[in-house]
Design a binder for this molecule. Structure first.
Ligand SMILES: Cc1cc2nc3c(=O)[nH]c(=O)nc-3n(C[C@H](O)[C@H](O)[C@H](O)COP(=O)(O)O)c2cc1C
Length: 183
């Protein structure tokens, strides 16, 4: 199902960033072409090297990196993508995209793409329940972005609440349904 599909994975600076590795690895094993964009803050949690090795492609973190050849990367990736999956999606990236802010490689590429974009939010329950975050999620939905609802579970803060990144299998199942719909 994923063979030759161009998937762009956006990784943001949340504690669940390491879970993106399993998803990238799975998509590669299913023969998808996977490009990864990490925010600068995501690099505090996991290294580009890990995702570079798993994806087989150079991980992009810097909007202004000078390429080896002339290529406006945020536009070429935005056009090449069949699908974007932002996993995990911080309150910050949700807020930025919902409000038209494009101030780094990930938010700018999302802004430029016509491909479907799925956000998998994961955060502390206080952040998740904040009406600003809820309003931003609603805004994203109204623009046609897809949101995978976070689950209830043991959060990194040490208690049970809603805000946990769903199991990778659930995220992949969600992606499969979307891919099937578009075929
Ligand atoms: C240890 C730690 C864990 C964090 N986990 C989350 C998280 O799960 N979700 C979230 O939205 N923000 C989390 N943050 C805050 C984000 O890193 C912060 O809002 C940052 O600006 C996000 O930047 P980005 O969206 O550009 O990656 C965490 C910060 C720290 C220090």
């Amino acid at each position: 199902m994923f063979k030759d599909l161009n998937v762009v994975i956006g990784v943001t600076g949340g504690i669940a960033a390491y879970k993106a590795c399993g998803i990238v690895s799975y998509l590669k094993s299913e023969e998808a072409n996977v490009d990864v964009i990490m925010t600068k803050n995501a690099c505090e949690f996991i290294t580009p090297l890990t995702l570079e090795t798993l994806s087989g492609n150079k991980v992009i973190t810097d909007m202004f990196e000078r390429p080896d050849y002339i290529d406006v990367k945020h536009i070429s990736l935005a056009r090449k993508a069949d699908l974007f999956l932002i996993v995990p999606a911080t309150a910050n990236i949700i807020g930025k995209v919902a409000n038209g802010i494009a101030d780094d490689m990930l938010s700018t590429t999302i802004m430029a793409t016509k491909a479907p974009v799925i956000f998998a939010p994961a955060m502390n329950n206080g952040m998740y329940e904040n009406p600003i975050v809820q309003n931003n999620l609603e805004k994203l939905r109204s623009y046609g972005y897809k949101i995978i609802e976070p689950s209830i579970g043991h959060l990194a803060c040490g208690y049970e609440a809603k805000g946990k990144l769903p199991k990778s299998e659930e995220i992949i199942d969600y992606v499969k349904v979307l891919v099937k719909e578009r075929k």
